[in-house]
Design a protein around this ligand. Structure first.
Ligand code: ZN
Length: 322
């Protein structure tokens, strides 16, 4: 059965971790607010990719099957967007993502990948036409040497998002602490935008979040997904300081990539090690869930609060009408 999924292997160790450590912790309803699609049919002569994203394909059917292996017996809704591959054919890729998401579940949603060259007007039209629930700019789309949020998510695009009261999944370049002043400025200037800081504000090292977590807690219009964070402390920081209704579960899964990689994201001094190793390791997303279980235990969350983070917070955020 597992061999039928390309690029995906589910081992006895994975099963043991799920059954002994995660089965009782992960609630029956999940909203996975950070997942990826990719297909090489959208590669162009301009495509540039320094990692292995182009080696793996994930469409709606595969994403659903992988999530059923990872969270057996769970009902899952998704927010899904393309892998942020530079120079891909986003004119065709974004509509494809919007159609693939329909294969996941009736309430699953797509986000639109936004490169800095896409005019605000195109965003308005695309959101209306394809029903995107969020925008997904990405720091790798900035021109070389450019480091501000505005370099990959332009003021014109922010205006369109503000006007439409859109959600924006933001992966801060090197952690939210480095971007906090600009984020505060943008949040004030565009109060209609609902910012979702991916990966706890890209807190792969707790130092990227710790100095600013109280400032973030006081900012209106800020939510968080905890995808990819395999350590307890950044998660505990959010649970301690931030309104827990503003935290979403996300897995960062895609075939052979993100949360489906084996190993762990490890913080070292003031940097991050993307530790990948197929031997005697489990998925990054299982490491993230183990850290989450420990953080929730440490911060004494109630069962209902855990269910909120796994499902209700994102479900209420994306479809408040129920
Ligand atoms: Zn991601």
């Amino acid at each position: 059965m597992t061999q039928e999924i390309p690029d995906f292997r589910y081992t006895e160790l994975d099963r043991k971790i799920w059954e002994e450590k995660l089965e009782k912790f992960v609630p029956h309803r999940i909203f996975d607010a950070h997942t990826h699609f990719w297909s090489n049919r959208f590669v162009t002569p301009e495509t540039r990719c320094d990692n292995d994203w182009l080696d793996h394909q994930t469409d709606g059917e595969l994403l659903l099957r992988v999530s059923q292996m990872l969270y057996p017996g769970r009902t899952v809704d998704f927010l899904t967007f393309s892998m942020p591959v530079t120079g891909a054919d986003y004119e065709r890729l974004n509509p494809w993502a919007a159609s693939e998401v329909k294969k996941l579940s009736p309430h699953s949603l797509a986000a639109m990948l936004v490169t800095p060259d896409i005019p605000g007007e195109t965003i308005r039209t695309m959101v209306k036409t394809y029903g995107f629930a969020a925008l997904k700019p990405y720091h790798l789309f900035a021109a070389p040497g450019r480091i501000r949020i505005r370099d990959y998510f332009t003021p014109e695009q922010m205006e369109a998002a503000d006007e439409g009261k859109l959600a924006v999944v933001l992966h801060c370049r090197s952690g939210v602490a480095a971007d906090i002043a600009e984020l505060e400025e943008c949040a004030t200037r565009y109060p209609g935008i609902r910012w979702i800081l991916a990966h706890c504000g890209a807190a792969f090292n707790p130092d990227f979040l710790e100095p600013v977590v109280r400032r973030l807690a006081d900012m209106p219009g800020i939510w968080f997904d905890i995808s990819g964070i395999c350590e307890v402390y950044p998660q505990a920081l959010l649970l301690k300081h931030v309104n827990r209704k503003r935290i979403f579960f996300g897995s960062d899964i895609a075939l052979g990539s993100g949360g489906c990689r084996r190993g762990r994201v490890v913080s070292l001094a003031n940097s991050v090690l993307w530790y990948k190793n197929p031997e005697r390791t489990t998925f990054w997303v299982y490491e993230q869930l183990l850290a989450m279980r420990r953080a929730c235990d440490l911060m004494e969350l109630t069962g209902s609060e855990v269910e909120d983070i796994f499902f209700r917070n994102a479900a209420d955020f994306f479809r408040p009408e129920g």
